[in-house]
Write a protein that binds this ligand. Structure first.
Ligand code: NAD
Length: 491
């Protein structure tokens, strides 16, 4: 059963007929509410473990023929999907906005980046898929082949459903895999239905892509299903540990893209206005609800007061409200549980001595952009991934101290250093233990051409660019010889 909210039903959209017939699950009905208003958006049935098993078996059966489909046909389907996606960007963006509370810039980023992932993946089928390597055996042709991993289980979070889904689905399909995609329960449309609708219209053969709905139980059914060969998980570190453990027990490879608590270092010679605007963007955009948001501002003592003033002034100017109905800079926190987490971290840090410069309050799910000073490294605001619009600031005196602070985290996703000296900035940046790092740019950066991912508690995966070959294929060594080789055995 699907009921779209009255406001969207007034103008039937491209996705509406698809949604009217969409039955991804036969389990319990779940109502999805719009974070900004609390109003119901739609109701869908979740998938049962049997639904997951059926999807996985169908995917396994469909995968070999898809892998045998010619490279130009696979590429053409991905290009068509990119065109369809681009053509319906406003409607798909609206769903993103209403399901997640994304502001306009975030909604456009989601749509553009997802289309970019499709275009980048469409080039993959044309690339060489192996190597000829020398052999010690005379007359032996020795080949290394990349073969599809098989069926990929993709589990994604609510915060960037189109991008984080597409960066797995598009390259996995491009390289001949089948995919079972499970979006977060909060984002069944922009994280799930949209994928099925777009690829169906693009001509993807039936059975190659499945969307299943549900929470942790459905996710675990995917991870443990014998027909699912690999798991691509994006989400919290706690859930990622569980997924990694379940997959490991079954000797299944899992790629884990997890949380972050990213350092933003401002050296004493930084362009302070540029640094403060970048730091504000990196912490406050999309309410701080992205894994590569800046979680820790590490600022040289000599410029700290000015930096804090600039950051606080920017935080105060940001407008908070319902992004679907008004022009705002920050929307709602996704749900009450997350809001309580964010507020709890602020409260516990204040109790431990941190000072609120601006913000620290909320109205309903709308949390005001917050700047905290007097933060120490034992406080929750420093140690935990906040996933909210909160900027803790810590000061340092030497570059070595800045580096020690930057590396004082179990996470290692991304980092940033601001300095007018490229060599000094680079010297600090290269010693930050993270999968990505930027000099004179902030932490929220991604491109379809780069291997996105982190170290430590930020996970094990790398998505994008050349890394996609490792994520979605297996190596196979193949040898051929003309004369049948005999062995003088027993000697
Ligand atoms: P979450 O871990 O609660 O949920 C993510 C997905 O995993 C959802 O689809 C959920 O239903 C599913 N899931 C939950 N428990 C599961 C289990 N035991 N087995 C299988 N699936 C399970 O995460 P969230 O709170 O929705 O998302 C926010 C988190 O995701 C943050 O920590 C953020 O940093 C992280 N994230 C990381 C990246 C990255 O690329 N590194 C990108 C975006 C978000």
């Amino acid at each position: 059963m699907v009921t779209t909210a009255p406001e969207t039903a007034a103008e039937p959209g491209w996705l509406d007929p698809f949604l009217a017939d969409w039955r991804p699950g036969t389990g319990e009905a779940r109502e999805i509410r719009e974070p900004a208003t609390g109003r119901p958006l739609l109701t869908l049935n979740e998938s049962t473990p049997d639904d997951v098993a059926r999807a996985a078996a169908t995917a396994k059966a469909a995968q070999p023929a898809w892998a045998d489909t010619s490279y130009d046909e696979r590429a053409a389907i991905l290009r068509r999907a990119a065109e369809i996606y681009a053509a319906h960007r406003p409607e798909l963006g609206t769903w993103t906005q209403r399901e997640t509370g994304a502001v306009h810039s975030k909604m456009h980023h989601e749509a553009n980046f997802a289309a970019g992932e499709l275009n980048a993946a469409a080039t993959m089928p044309f690339q060489p898929y192996g190597q000829l390597v020398p052999s010690v055996v005379p007359g032996r042709l020795s080949m290394l082949r990349r073969v599809p991993a098989g069926v990929i289980g993709a589990i994604t979070p609510w915060n960037s459903p189109s991008v984080l889904g597409m960066r797995v689905v598009a390259p996995a399909l491009a390289l001949g895999n089948a995919v079972i995609l499970k979006p977060d329960p909060q984002t069944p449309v922009c994280g799930g239905a949209m994928f099925e609708a777009v690829f169906r219209e693009a001509g993807l053969p039936e059975g190659v892509l499945h969307v299943v709905l549900g929470g942790a139980e459905t996710g675990e059914a995917i991870v443990t299903d014998p027909n699912v060969n690999r798991v691509s998980f994006t989400g919290s570190t706690a859930a990622g540990r569980r997924v990694g453990m379940l997959a490991g027990q079954l000797l299944k490879r899992s790629s884990l893209e997890l949380g972050g608590n990213n350092a933003f270092v401002v050296l004493d010679d930084a362009d302070l206005e540029a640094a403060a605007s970048a730091g504000a963007f990196a912490t406050f955009q999309f309410q701080g609800q992205v894994c590569f948001a800046t979680g820790r501002h590490i600022v040289h003592r000599s410029v700290a007061a000015d930096y804090i003033d600039l950051l606080a002034e920017k935080a105060q100017r940001l407008r908070t409200g319902d992004p679907y109905r008004e022009e705002v800079d920050l929307g709602p926190i996704v749900n009450q549980k997350q809001l309580e987490r964010v507020d709890g971290i602020v409260r516990r840090s204040v109790d431990a001595g941190a000072k609120v410069v601006v913000g620290g309050t909320h109205e309903g799910l709308f949390y005001r952009p917050t700047v905290l000073t007097d933060v120490t490294t034992d406080q929750a605001a420093w140690r935990e991934e906040i996933f909210g619009p909160v900027a803790p600031v810590v000061v340092f005196d030497t570059d070595d101290e800045a580096l020690a602070l930057a590396n004082d985290s179990e996470y290692g996703l991304t980092g940033a250093v601001y300095s007018r000296s490229i060599s000094r900035g680079l010297a600090v940046a290269q010693r930050i233990r993270s999968g990505m790092v930027h000099v004179n740019d902030q932490t929220v950066n991604d491109e379809a051409t780069i291997p996105f991912g982190g170290m430590g508690a930020s996970g094990t995966a790398r998505y994008g660019g050349p890394a996609n070959w490792d994520e979605f294929t297996e190596w196979q060594w193949v040898t051929v010889r003309d004369d049948a080789r005999s062995y003088p055995y027993p000697y």
